[in-house]
Design a protein around this ligand. Structure first.
Ligand SMILES: N=c1c2ncn([C@@H]3O[C@H](COP(=O)(O)OP(=O)(O)OP(=O)(O)O)[C@@H](O)[C@H]3O)c2ncn1[C@@H]1O[C@H](COP(=O)(O)O)[C@@H](O)[C@H]1O
Length: 106
């Protein structure tokens, strides 16, 4: 099992734990808006680290961001496999083609 799959399984398991003993459970108990807030916060911290921090700080903030995004996907019952499948679907397609296709869909 790869790292993200193991993290997805751990998050799914810890959601049912006591909020006193689990950060994942605590965050879920605080609700979707709080989880979204944390994703936004970690995204901002990642950007700040990219612009003015060290590579080590950026690596740490990127890990926090990925972790909180995984918590959000778990809370919304969206499997990591769906996100990976979407990335697979885009593979080999230019990002600009993808952007044009999205505009047509709207
Ligand atoms: N990967 C992580 C991980 N990355 C970051 N964090 C936590 O995310 C929090 C982010 O830090 P912040 O300072 O931004 O937030 P905070 O002040 O703790 O919380 P707020 O009150 O601000 O919401 C810290 O408490 C980190 O410990 C993580 N917590 C858990 N995991 C994984 O999730 C698994 C289950 O964790 P528990 O649910 O705690 O058992 C663990 O085994 C790990 O694999």
């Amino acid at each position: 099992m790869d790292t993200l799959s193991r993290l997805e399984a751990a998050i799914a398991q810890r959601r049912a734990a006591s909020p006193d003993s689990s950060y994942v459970a605590k965050l879920n108990a605080r609700g979707l808006p709080k989880i979204c807030e944390k994703v936004g916060e970690e995204a901002t911290e990642t950007v700040i680290a990219a612009l003015s921090g060290s590579d080590k700080e950026l690596t740490g903030e990127a890990a926090d961001l990925v972790f909180h995004l995984m918590v959000l996907l778990g809370a919304k019952d969206i499997p990591l496999a769906d996100v990976l499948a979407e990335l697979d679907r885009r593979e080999g397609t230019s990002g600009l083609e993808e952007k044009a296709a999205r505009k047509t869909e709207q």
